[in-house]
Design a protein around this ligand. Structure first.
Ligand SMILES: O=P(O)(O)OC[C@H]1O[C@H](O)[C@H](O)[C@@H](O)[C@@H]1O
Length: 263
């Protein structure tokens, strides 16, 4: 592994290397020992560990780590389409592509460089244009803060003058103990589309969301903070978003998507 970044300035360390299948990956480490591993296959965060070495993301034991198959686990990037709401394959093609490291990204004014971070880039190819005729650059910054927080910032640039629309999502798989021990707060009173009932629209009634059987829903107009409480592990994930409104009111879909199943 070679390194860039350095511990001396308090940012932690960024290591670029290859995983056991020969796919390029980047490991971010902060000074307290927390880490995040990002694969260039899909620009996908595949591991996020606390300073005690506890894994916070789930990856399926059946996951396939060979492009162009999407990896079921970590944080897949759905782009330029979420789910099957569009003409492309489920969740779009970005999660199946090899991304590159962006060594010279445009400045990001709302993010501090004082964190271990990596900038990745996906550019549309001639092959992509055959199925989605738009020229884009998708930049992804993944950062690990000194406190262990993980943040992801996406920037999509249209590189020619023809307008296009897109949607994207971070399809995060969190590691939890037992689903019956988990509660989700922040979705109360929201409407959702239920994928188990042909996307029929319902309204969330309870105080917090708990799980007794499979749940596969897309919540509409979700607020900026959602908490996932794991009673058994005594751990709470707080998920915050900024600048990610739903995609217009008529075709409004996802900002918070919950899928819990046994796959
Ligand atoms: O199997 P994938 O294409 O990775 O999709 C994983 C999941 O994505 C969404 O959450 C859908 O609502 C689920 O029904 C689907 O199982």
């Amino acid at each position: 592994m070679n390194q860039h970044g350095g511990e001396s300035d308090g940012r932690g360390v960024v290591e670029v290397g290859k995983d056991k299948n020969g796919i390029e990956q980047v490991i971010l480490r902060n000074n307290r020992g927390a880490s995040a591993r990002v694969s260039l296959h899909g620009g996908q965060v595949l591991s996020w560990k606390t300073e005690r070495g506890e894994e916070l993301l789930f990856t399926s034991s059946k996951a396939i780590f060979n492009p162009p198959k999407a990896v079921r686990g970590g944080i897949p990037i759905c782009f330029p389409q979420f789910g099957n709401r569009g003409s492309l394959e489920q969740h779009g093609f970005a999660r199946n592509k090899m991304w590159i490291i962006d060594h010279n990204p445009p400045p990001l004014f709302n993010d501090s460089n004082a964190k271990a971070h990596i900038d990745l880039l996906l550019k549309s190819s001639e092959d992509d244009h055959k199925i989605w005729p738009h020229s884009f650059e998708f930049r992804l910054r993944v950062s690990l803060a000194a406190e262990g927080y993980l943040s992801i910032i996406s920037r999509v640039r249209n590189v020619n003058s023809k307008p296009f629309s897109f949607s994207f999502a971070y399809h995060t798989y969190l590691s939890i103990s037992d689903i019956s021990e988990v509660r989700v707060e922040g979705l109360e009173t929201l409407d959702y589309l239920d994928n188990l009932y042909q996307k029929e629209r319902f309204t969330e009634q309870g105080d917090a969301l708990t799980f007794e059987s499979e749940v596969d829903r897309v919540y509409l107009d979700s607020c900026n903070t959602v908490a996932v409480l794991d009673h058994e592990r005594k751990r709470t994930f707080v998920i915050r978003k900024e600048g990610l409104p739903d995609v217009g009111k008529t075709s409004s879909y996802t900002t918070t998507h919950f899928f819990f199943g046994g796959k």
